[in-house]
Design a binder for this molecule. Structure first.
Ligand code: ZN
Length: 498
């Protein structure tokens, strides 16, 4: 190996080790850590984060990167790692150390303030903290911003390179134009779907059995992965041989099934990263949007497809005979695809989900670009829900305080969820030309689908952007039209609209 690169590689190994430790603490906090460990572990996390910041921004790293940039014989992977390291360093080095530490404390505190405000239905008690977080994000964005660039665009690029407000305005504009009228038509002329049998009388042990079965069925390898339980399902990965997903169990039994398929999709992405790049700055899923495309692809395009359930429905009935013996597979399919506009994003159906994101996108733009009066946000939020979804939240816990994201400074993150839906639909449209997708599902051959996704998307990690991956896999640039066509075709059929 090139000596100069070897030096960079050994420094990077230290930063990766610190990051892995931080990820493991995060996982532990959400799953197994005892209640009173919080503030003690927070100090350990604080120290490790500072070490990470020190290594990434230090002279040793700077020198190693500069030396590598002079080398002309680096391989493609080495060049990608170098670029990834440089970007990770640039993102941190523009923030003064004291501000970086201050923000880490602010974010930790903000989560607690948010949680309490949500519990007490008290937006005003969260307002000063929210204002601080927003000011910090604005400041960081202004450090990174190039001449003429919008602050919100800088934040968006953190999660999805190649996407800015111009492109997203167009994307969300199309969703607004098409989904809102379709939803209205479903509510006015569509049939009533009964999904009451999905709730109540589903023992947790059986739900656990099904969750594990489905995770394995879609190809998640338990020799390199773990399934656990947490309040909110999530996925985390140490490297491509240790990926961890969680789920949670509720009265409504389809909730845990679809959350494990969703997190399983995230997990398969991380397990599919190439061995040559895992544990390097490019050894993870390329973007939030591409990640969500994989999880939603499994959850919705595969998991809510009738062909997926043809070989599985008998097993489900065997597991819950009292509940499902009198329910046909068609009734079951309609129930798990029911459109039901609600207040909570994480419980939304496939059709209305993107409208929840549209609302957050419009608000984030107002916050970052238009200096909106933050006191008015709960009302603007409620107005938009009324306009787009036809329902008006009267509690902030079901409105603006429902998501943790803004307390954590994650502005620019939400659009990725909707982009993921659209990426997935574009990939799906293309894959159907290359394989008999429905037949593969009926035959339970999910390995063929997983292999396709691995070779076209997963293996590259961050070596390509989401737009580059889409272009290479489907032959064209990102387009929202596939997602719109997919929704229209699917839901017009389910709801018997001509
Ligand atoms: Zn997800």
């Amino acid at each position: 190996m090139n000596k100069t690169y070897e030096n960079l590689s050994s420094i990077l190994e230290k930063t990766m080790a610190l990051q892995t430790a931080l990820v493991l603490f995060e996982w532990d906090n959400e799953t197994l850590a005892p209640e009173e460990s919080g503030s003690y572990t927070a100090r350990v996390i604080g120290t490790l984060s500072e070490e990470y910041y020190g290594f990434m921004t230090g002279d040793e790293m700077g020198g190693a990167i500069a030396a590598c940039e002079k080398e002309s014989d680096l391989t493609e992977i080495q060049q990608a790692v170098l670029k990834g390291a440089k970007e990770a360093r640039e993102e941190l080095i523009c923030i003064p150390k004291a501000e970086y530490r201050e923000n880490a404390q602010l974010i930790a505190e903000a989560a607690r303030v948010w949680f309490k405000a949500k519990k007490n239905e008290d937006y005003d008690s969260f307002l000063p903290t929210l204002e601080k977080v927003i000011n910090y994000k604005r400041k960081v964005a202004s450090y990174r911003k190039k001449e003429g660039e919008k602050l919100y665009d800088v934040l968006l690029a953190e999660y999805e390179k190649g996407f800015d407000t111009e492109l997203l305005d167009e994307f969300f504009g199309r969703l607004k134009e098409e989904i809102i009228p379709l939803l209205k038509e479903i509510k006015e002329n569509g049939k009533e779907i009964d999904d009451s049998f999905l709730t109540g009388g589903y023992p947790i042990e059986k739900q656990e059995e099904m969750a594990r079965f489905l995770t394995e069925y879609i190809g998640f390898d338990f020799k390199k992965g773990v399934l656990s339980e947490s309040a909110h399902p999530f996925t985390t990965n140490l490297h491509n041989h240790d990926v961890r997903i969680t789920t949670s169990y509720h009265d409504k039994m389809d909730s845990s099934m679809f959350s494990v398929i969703h997190e399983g999709g995230h997990g398969l992405y991380e397990l599919g990263i190439g061995d040559e790049i895992t544990q390097t700055p490019v050894g993870q899923g390329t973007s939030m949007g591409m990640h969500e495309s994989q999880s939603r692809f499994y959850e919705n395009i595969i998991g809510r497809n009738p062909n997926f359930w043809i070989p599985l429905y008998d097993k489900l009935k065997e597991l819950y005979p009292d509940k499902l013996n009198s329910v046909s597979i068609d009734q079951y399919m309609e129930a798990i695809n029911k459109v039901d506009p609600g207040f909570i994003r994480t419980e939304a159906d496939e059709l209305t989900y993107s409208l929840h994101i549209l609302i957050r996108y419009e608000l984030e733009k107002m916050i970052m670009e238009e200096d909106v009066d933050l006191k008015k946000l709960p009302e603007i939020w409620a107005d938009k829900y009324e306009e787009y979804l036809g329902i008006r939240p009267d509690q902030v816990s079901k409105g603006i305080l429902q998501d943790i994201h803004w307390s954590q400074g994650l502005f620019g993150y939400f659009p990725s969820y909707a982009l993921g839906n659209a990426f997935g639909a574009q990939l799906y449209f293309h894959m159907k030309k290359e394989m008999d997708f429905d037949q593969l599902l009926r035959d339970g051959k999910l390995d063929v689908i997983k292999e396709y996704l691995r070779s076209h998307i997963h293996q590259y990690g961050k070596m390509k952007t989401s737009r580059e991956i889409l272009k290479a896999a489907t032959g064209e640039d990102f387009s929202p039209e596939y997602f719109i066509d997919y929704l229209k075709e699917k839901y017009r059929k389910i709801y018997g609209l001509s």
